[in-house]
Design a protein around this ligand. Structure first.
Ligand code: ANZ
Length: 962
C-alpha cells in the first residue's frame, strides 16, 4: 500500500464512495422504516443560482461550515437533513442565457450539472436524492399551488384565535370563501369607501352587485391581488424592478439601464397585513404544540434590527386640518397628516404635501388651485402673487418623480407654495401649504404638518423659504439640541397653559403631552392614534420569460380566476423580453408571443379565458424551498405533513447577510400564511440563522485601472507584475468576477488537496468575519495534515498506534474533546481547528500514540477533513468498520476535565467559613447558587434571602456580607 499522503487519490476514492453508497442520504418520509422519534437536525444552506461561471473558493465557505456541522450532528446520533438545490429561475439565469445566446432551459441544467460536481468535489455530504431546482415543473407546480393559496385567502385582522399552546393571536389568513359567505349573509357590510371605489350606490348589498363587482370587492381583500400602481419600469430590461434592484442613480442594478416610474397593473402580495406578526415573532417565544418545545429565533441581532427597520413600525397620530378655499376663509376640504409628535402642534408653521397628493391634483376641477401659481418668494407665500414659472416647477416635479425619485432625503430641499392655506385645529392659525418631494405619497398620509423647530427636514425647508420657527419643546438637561433644531424629547413650552385651550400641554413631558393631546384630539373628532409601517406590499409580477407562470386566467368579464397547477412554461424559441428605449411603449410580456395556442384556454363551462402572461419574480421559488427538501418527490402534496412537523423548523440556516431583508422576510411571510391555513406546524421557518463572512483576496489593476485576472499575475515579494513585466496596483476586494480574483476550487484542490482547502477556509478567522485569502496560510494547513498522516503511518506505511494512554494523555484528550465539541456546536470552527493543531503538536512528540487517543483524534478531525481521516480509519486495524461518518462522536469524561478548577475561600462577614472549587469562568449567578447550596457555609448566614452583598473577586475570594 502506498505510504505517502496522496490526497488526490484518497479524495477521489472517498468522494465517489460517498456518492455511490449514498452515505449522507436521509431516509424518505414515506419509508416504512423511517423513525420519527430519532432526534433530528435540519441544516440548510442558502442555495445558489446556477451561474455560468461556476464556483470560486469564496462561494463554499458557508457550505463547508454546514457540512462540518452536519457531519458532527450525524456522528452525535441525529437524523440529519442536509440538502442542496438550485435557485434557477429569474433574472441572473435569463440574462446569462441572453448574453450567451442560448436557451435558459438548456443552459440552466448545464450550469446545475457543473456546480453540482463542484460541490461534490469539495466532499460536501449532501443528500443528492433531494436535489431541487426552482425552474423544474415538478417543483414550480407547488410554487404555483402556494400562490393559489395566497390568492384564495384574505387576512382577517380582527380574527382572534389560539395557537397550539393556547396563546391568543389577533389576525389570521382565512379562505376567501369565508369573506364571500360573510358578505352574502350580510354579516359583513360593504363599507362606504368600498362602495365609492366600486362606483356603486352607498349601502349596496352583495346581492346588488354583479359578478365583476363582487370579484373586484374580493380582489381588494386577497393576499395576492391585482392593482394598478406606480412601478419602476425598466424598458431596457423590459421589466418592472423592485426598489432594491434600482441603483441610487435610477439605473437598473443589472445592466445599468435607465429606470422610469409609470403606472402598471401588477400582481401584488399583501405582506403588509403581516407586518405586526413579522415584527413581533422576531423576539417572541414561538409555540409548536405540546410535545415540542417552544423556541425563539436565534438570529444575529444585526439582521433582526434590519428587519425591524425595514418593517418600520411607527406609532403616531393622524390629525385633521382643514383647507381653506383660495382667497377665502371658507372651508374647502379636509387634510389628514400623520405625525409622531402631536405634542408639537403649536409649533406648526407650514404644511407640506407630496407632489402626488390628491389636493395638488384638484386644480381646475375645483377651482381651488390657481391656474398659475404664486411666485415662490417669502413675500408671496403670504399672499397673492402669480407667476407661471410655478406651473413649470410643478411639472418638473412630475418629471422628477418619474425619474426614480429615490434618495431624495439628502438632496437640497426644493418646493413651491400652493397659494392655499390650512387651519391648525388646535389654535386656528392660518398656515401656508407647500408642495415638496421630501414628503412621499408612499408613507402615512402623503402630507405633513411641518414643525421646523423640532424636525431637521422641516428646519432646512423653513430656512430656505424663510418660514417662521416656533420652539415648543424645551430640552431636558441631559438632552441638549445637537443640530440646528431640537428633535429630541423634553418638556412642552409655548403650547398654552391649562385653562386657556382644551389642547393645552405646556409643562408636560413629551410622553404625557403626546398622550394628553391625542386624547383631546380624539374627543373632538379631529385625530386618532394610529400605526404606520414603512413596509410596502410586494410587487410580484415580472414581464419576463424565465419564471413561474401564474396559475390564473382572466375572465372576459374582467376578473381573474385561479386554475389548478401545473401551468407549464411554454417552450419558446424567442424568450427575450420586449425591450425598448421608450418608457411609454405598452408593456408586452414575452409570453404574449407564445401565441393564442398557449394563452387562450377554456373553462369547464366553455367560457374562453386568457392566461396571465406575467411571471413570478425570482424570490418566489426561494420562499419555500426548505419545505420541499423535506419531501421532494411528493406528487400529491407540497410536502408530507408528518415529515414537515418532524423536520421543521430548520435548526441552522447559513447564508450571506445580503439576504437580511428580502428573501428572509418573504419566506417568513409565506410561511406564516401556510401556518395560518394549517399547512405547516411552526410559526417561523428558521430557528437559528448565521451569516458567513466573505473571503477577500488581493486584486491587481493595470495602469488603466482594469483588473487583471489573478492567474495572469506574477507574484514577486508580495508585488504583482503583468505578463509583460509591468508592475500592477495591488488592492483587496471580495473574491469574485468583479475583481477577477477568484480561484476555482479544483485548482486549489489539485495543488493542496480538498481537505486542506476545507480546513484552511475554516481556519482563516471566525466564520462571520471577512478574511483575506493567503497562499501561505493554506500551505501551513497542508503541513498539519501531513503531520497527522505521519502520526499514523511511518515511512514503511506501518501503523504506529498502540499501548495504554497515560493520565496526562487522557486529560488532554478529554479536554480537547470538550473544547472541539463546544466550538463546533457554536460554529467557532477556527478555534476548534486551533485546538486540534495544538493537540496534534503534542501527539507528534509521542513515538507510539495510544489507540484510544488516536481514535478520538481521528473522529474529532473527521468533520473538517473527512477524506484523510476516513482513509486512515480504513487502513487501520482498529478503525471503525462503519467508517467515521457513522462512528459515535467521542464523549468528554468530566473526571478528566476537573483540573481546570480553581479553589477559592469563602468569607462570611469577614471570616473564612469554607472553600469552593469552581471553574475559573463560572458566572456570578451560578457561583452564588453553588455557595448557597453549601450547608457548612449557609449555617453562618441567618437568612440567605437577606444577603446584602455577594462579591466575587475573580481568582481570589468569595465575599458575603449579610
Ligand atoms: C410633525 C413632527 C414634528 C414630526 C417633529 C416629526 C418631528 P417616522 O418616525 O419615520 O414614522 N412624515 C409623515 N409622513 C411623511 C411622509 N409621507 N413623507 C415624509 N415625512 C413624513 O416619521 C414620522 C414623521 O415623519 C412625522 O412626524 C412627520 O413629521 C414625517 F418635531 O410630524 B412629524
Amino acid at each position: 500500500m502506498e505510504t505517502k499522503y496522496n490526497y488526490t487519490k484518497i479524495e477521489k476514492k472517498w468522494r465517489e464512495k460517498w456518492l455511490q453508497e449514498k452515505t449522507f442520504s436521509t431516509p424518505a418520509a414515506q419509508d416504512p422504516e423511517f423513525e420519527f422519534d430519532q432526534p433530528k437536525c435540519y441544516v440548510l444552506d442558502m442555495f445558489p443560482y446556477p451561474s455560468g461561471s461556476g464556483l470560486h473558493i469564496g462561494h463554499p465557505k458557508g457550505y463547508i461550515a454546514t457540512d462540518i456541522y452536519s457531519r458532527f450532528k450525524k456522528m452525535q446520533g441525529f437524523n440529519v437533513l442536509h440538502p442542496m438545490g438550485f435557485d434557477s429561475f429569474g433574472l441572473p439565469a435569463e440574462q446569462y442565457a441572453i448574453e450567451h445566446n442560448v436557451h435558459p432551459s438548456t443552459i440552466t441544467e448545464e450550469n446545475i450539472d457543473s456546480i453540482r460536481s463542484q460541490l461534490q468535489y469539495l466532499g460536501l455530504g449532501y443528500d443528492w436524492d433531494r436535489e431541487i431546482a426552482t425552474s423544474r415543473p415538478d417543483y414550480y407546480a407547488w410554487t404555483q399551488w402556494i400562490f393559489s393559496q395566497l390568492y384564495e385567502s384574505f387576512y382577517d385582522s380582527e380574527h382572534i384565535w389560539q395557537d397550539v399552546n393556547g396563546k391568543e393571536i389577533v389576525g389570521k389568513a382565512l379562505p376567501i370563501k369565508h369573506l364571500h359567505d360573510n358578505f352574502l349573509n350580510n354579516e359583513r357590510k360593504i363599507s362606504e369607501e368600498e362602495c365609492i371605489n366600486l362606483e356603486i350606490p352607498l349601502n349596496s348589498k352583495w346581492i346588488d352587485l354583479n359578478v365583476a363587482e363582487q370579484q373586484k370587492l374580493l380582489n381588494s381583500y386577497r393576499l395576492a391581488y391585482q392593482d394598478e400602481i406606480i412601478v419602476n419600469w425598466c424598458p431596457g430590461l423590459g421589466t418592472v424592478l423592485a426598489n432594491e434592484e434600482v441603483t441610487s442613480e435610477g439605473k437598473s442594478e443589472r445592466g445599468d439601464f435607465p429606470v422610469f416610474k409609470r403606472p402598471l397593473r401588477q400582481w401584488i402580495m399583501r405582506i403588509t397585513a403581516y407586518a405586526d406578526r413579522l415584527l413581533g415573532d422576531l423576539d417572541r417565544d414561538l409555540a409548536q404544540g405540546q410535545d415540542r418545545p417552544s423556541f425563539q429565533l436565534d438570529w444575529p441581532p444585526a439582521i433582526k434590527s434590519m428587519q425591524k427597520n425595514w418593517i418600520g413600525r411607527s406609532e403616531g397620530t393622524n390629525v385633521l386640518f382643514t383647507v381653506l378655499k383660495r382667497n377665502s376663509s371658507e372651508v374647502h376640504s379636509n387634510l389628514n397628516v400623520f405625525t409622531t409628535r402631536p405634542d408639537t402642534l403649536f409649533g406648526v408653521t407650514f404644511m407640506v404635501l407630496s407632489p402626488e397628493h390628491p389636493i395638488v391634483k384638484l386644480d381646475s376641477e375645483t377651482n381651488n388651485v390657481p391656474e398659475s401659481w404664486p411666485e415662490n418668494t417669502p413675500e408671496n407665500w403670504k399672499g397673492d402673487g402669480e407667476d407661471e414659472h410655478v406651473q413649470k416647477t410643478l411639472s418638473r416635479y412630475a418629471e422628477d418623480t418619474d425619474r426614480s425619485s429615490l434618495n431624495v432625503e439628502n438632496r437640497e430641499k426644493t418646493g413651491i407654495f400652493t397659494g392655499i392655506y390650512a387651519v391648525n385645529p388646535v389654535n386656528n392659525d392660518k398656515i401656508p401649504i407647500f408642495v415638496s418631494d421630501y414628503v412621499s405619497m408612499d408613507y402615512g398620509e402623503g402630507a405633513i404638518m411641518a414643525v421646523p423647530a423640532h424636525d431637521e427636514r422641516d428646519f432646512e425647508f423653513a430656512q430656505k423659504f424663510q418660514l417662521p420657527v416656533i420652539n415648543v419643546v424645551s430640552p431636558t438637561e441631559n438632552d441638549s439640541p445637537e443640530g440646528k433644531c431640537f428633535a429630541g424629547r423634553g418638556v412642552s413650552i409655548n403650547s398654552p397653559s391649562k385653562g386657556n385651550n382644551v389642547y393645552s400641554i405646556t409643562g408636560l413631558d413629551t410622553e404625557s403631552a403626546i398622550k394628553k393631546i391625542t386624547i383631546s384630539l380624539e374627543e373632538h373628532g379631529i385625530g386618532n392614534s394610529t400605526v404606520n409601517y414603512k413596509l410596502r406590499d410586494w410587487i410580484f409580477s415580472r414581464q419576463r420569460y424565465w419564471g413561474e407562470p401564474f396559475p390564473l386566467v382572466s375572465h372576459p368579464d374582467g376578473y381573474s380566476i385561479s386554475i389548478d397547477p401545473p401551468i407549464v412554461l411554454p417552450p419558446m424559441e424567442d424568450f427575450r423580453p420586449t425591450t425598448s428605449e421608450d418608457p411609454n411603449q405598452p408593456v408586452q410580456p414575452p409570453l404574449y408571443r407564445a401565441g393564442p395556442d398557449w394563452w387562450k384556454t377554456e373553462l369547464t363551462d366553455g367560457v374562453e379565458v386568457i392566461r396571465e402572461m406575467n411571471v413570478m419574480p425570482q424570490w418566489a421559488g426561494s420562499c419555500w424551498y426548505y419545505l420541499r427538501f423535506i419531501d421532494p418527490l411528493n406528487e400529491n402534496r407540497f410536502c408530507d405533513a408528518k415529515a414537515e412537523s418532524y423536520f421543521m423548523p430548520v435548526d441552522l440556516y447559513v447564508g450571506g447577510a445580503e439576504h437580511a431583508v428580502l428573501h428572509l422576510l418573504y419566506a417568513r411571510f409565506w410561511h406564516k400564511v401556510l401556518y395560518d391555513l394549517g399547512y405547516v406546524s411552526t410559526p417561523e421557518p428558521f430557528k437559528k440563522l448565521f451569516n458567513q463572512g466573505m473571503i477577500t483576496a488581493d486584486a491587481f489593476q493595470d495602469d488603466r485601472g482594469v483588473y487583471v485576472d489573478i492567474r495572469e499575475v506574477e507574484l514577486r515579494d508580495g508585488e504583482g507584475y503583468s505578463k509583460t513585466g509591468q508592475k500592477l496596483i495591488k488592492t483587496t476586494g471580495k473574491m469574485g468576477k468583479r475583481y477577477k480574483n477568484g480561484l476555482p476550487p479544483e485548482e486549489i484542490g489539485a495543488e493542496y488537496g480538498v481537505d486542506t482547502l476545507r480546513l484552511y477556509e475554516m481556519y482563516m478567522g471566525p466564520l462571520e468575519a471577512s478574511t483575506p485569502w493567503s497562499m501561505e496560510g493554506i500551505r501551513g494547513m497542508q503541513r498539519f495534515l501531513q503531520r497527522v498522516w505521519r502520526n499514523f503511518f511511518n515511512d514503511a506505511g506501518k501503523s504506529q498506534i498502540g499501548g495504554e494512554a497515560t493520565e496526562d494523555q487522557l486529560r488532554t484528550m478529554h479536554k480537547s474533546t470538550e473544547r472541539v465539541c463546544d466550538h463546533i456546536e457554536n460554529l467557532r470552527f477556527n478555534t476548534a481547528i486551533a485546538s486540534l493543531i495544538e493537540w496534534n503538536n503534542e501527539l507528534v512528540a509521542i513515538n507510539t500514540i495510544p489507540q484510544t487517543v488516536a481514535s478520538v483524534f481521528l473522529r474529532l478531525l473527521n468533520p473538517f477533513a473527512p477524506h484523510i481521516t476516513e482513509e486512515i480509519n480504513s487502513r487501520w486495524d482498529d478503525g471503525f468498520e462503519t467508517g467515521l461518518s457513522s462512528a459515535p462522536w467521542p464523549q468528554a469524561d468530566e473526571e478528566y476535565l476537573t483540573d481546570e478548577l480553581i479553589t477559592l475561600p469563602i468569607q462570611v462577614n469577614g471570616k473564612v467559613r469554607g472553600k469552593i472549587s469552581i471553574s475559573p469562568d463560572i458566572s456570578e449567578e451560578d457561583l452564588r447558587q453553588k455557595v448557597l447550596d453549601m450547608e457548612n457555609v449557609i449555617k453562618y448566614i441567618n437568612n440567605p434571602e437577606q444577603i446584602k452583598r455577594f462579591i466575587l473577586v475573580p481568582g481570589r475570594i468569595v465575599n458575603i456580607v449579610c
